[in-house]
Design a protein around this ligand. Structure first.
Ligand SMILES: NC(=O)c1ccc[n+]([C@@H]2O[C@H](COP(=O)([O-])OP(=O)(O)OC[C@H]3O[C@@H](n4cnc5c(N)ncnc54)[C@H](OP(=O)(O)O)[C@@H]3O)[C@@H](O)[C@H]2O)c1
Length: 305
């Protein structure tokens, strides 16, 4: 397939592009800056609504991962960037795809399990309703922004990613420093559920979504075994051979990280990949212990600046 990928320089994109290429696909990156590496790319400016539609002609599939990174303090400006970078870019892409004379067959667009909000130990699948906090609202509007493409008959799959496990970036990379020094521990009591997914399974799920004609709509991209933060902490300590005696209480999370910490570290989502399992997807890493061992054993090339 000829595939265009946005957000290709990010954590998921930089693993996905080589994986798609090694499966024999032709990949073109949709980037915000001109590419000096010589790799095939198309430039867009989603914040300014700039995307040359002729550059999108002739693709079989689109993978849309772009969005402002959600780590860091959620100031009003940062929250606006998190929201607009996702919703404006998805709407722009989706509208331009819908206008093409030969649109692609499939659009795989990122979303997140943050869609569900804070749900305790309730088992959540794709039929569960959304939450009403900031991230849940962003996810709802982000998915809805694919509407023009779906309306044109393009098969749209919104992948609700859980916490992606990679030592190169994201939450796990940030946890590694304190844990390696033996300073890790459960966060805010540790009873909140974490829905995680190994990076290798993320790339396999995207390829599955591209290839599987029956899959459409919202799809949870998480391993089938969500764990509590306490279980996650113990598993990471085991994988690193380090003790995990240093709890981080909820008030300290709120003080240190504000709303971002409250949302990403204290909220609980026990998400099941119901539609992937129904569709016959087979996880390479369904269990956390083996996922962590594999992820932490891998060499760790740097992400693009
Ligand atoms: N990693 C996770 O644990 C996780 C979990 C749930 C959901 N997700 C979602 O999955 C998607 C990909 O995740 P990721 O971890 O690969 O993200 P990432 O590492 O933050 O990369 C996102 C990419 O989006 C582009 N980008 C950055 N800021 C942007 C902005 N203001 N406007 C438009 N584009 C911007 C950049 O690519 P270019 O510079 O090439 O344009 C960047 O490399 C994101 O939308 C993320 O929210 C990730």
């Amino acid at each position: 397939m000829k595939i265009v990928v946005s957000g290709s320089s990010g954590l998921i994109g930089s693993a996905l592009v080589p994986s798609l290429e090694s499966s024999g696909h032709e990949v073109v990156r949709l980037r915000r800056r001109r590419d000096m590496s010589g790799e095939p790319s198309v430039v867009w400016d989603p914040a300014m609504g700039v995307l040359d539609p002729t550059a999108l002609e002739g693709f079989d599939a689109v993978v849309h991962l772009a969005g402002e990174n959600i780590s860091g303090r959620w100031t009003a400006k940062k929250k606006a960037e998190i929201r607009e970078s996702r919703i404006q870019s998805t709407r722009l892409l989706s509208e331009e795809l819908a206008r093409l004379s030969r649109p692609p067959r499939v659009l795989v667009s990122a979303s997140a399990v943050g869609y569900y909000g804070n749900r305790g130990d309730e088992s959540l699948d794709e039929s569960s309703g959304s939450g009403n906090d900031f991230l849940a609202e962003v996810c709802r509007d982000w998915e809805a922004a694919t509407g023009p493409a779906a309306g044109k008959g393009i098969r749209v799959v919104c992948l609700r990613f859980g916490l992606v496990l990679s030592p190169k970036g994201g939450a796990l990379a940030r946890m590694l420093v304190p844990f390696k020094f033996g300073l890790g521990g459960p966060i805010g009591g540790g009873m909140q559920f974490m829905s995680w997914i190994a990076l290798d399974d993320v790339t396999r799920i995207v390829e599955f979504a591209l290839a599987e004609p029956a899959l459409r709509g919202s799809v949870n991209a998480v391993a089938p075994n969500a764990v509590t933060n306490r279980e996650f902490t113990k598993a990471l300590g085991r994988a690193l051979h380090r003790p995990t005696f240093f709890p981080l209480p909820a008030f300290a999370v709120k003080l240190l990280f504000g709303e971002m910490g409250e949302t990403l570290l204290l909220m609980s989502q026990r998400v099941q990949p119901a539609r992937l399992l129904e569709g016959g997807f087979s996880f390479q890493f369904p269990r956390l212990d083996s996922a962590l061992l594999s992820v932490l054993r891998k060499p760790c090339p740097a992400l693009e600046p």
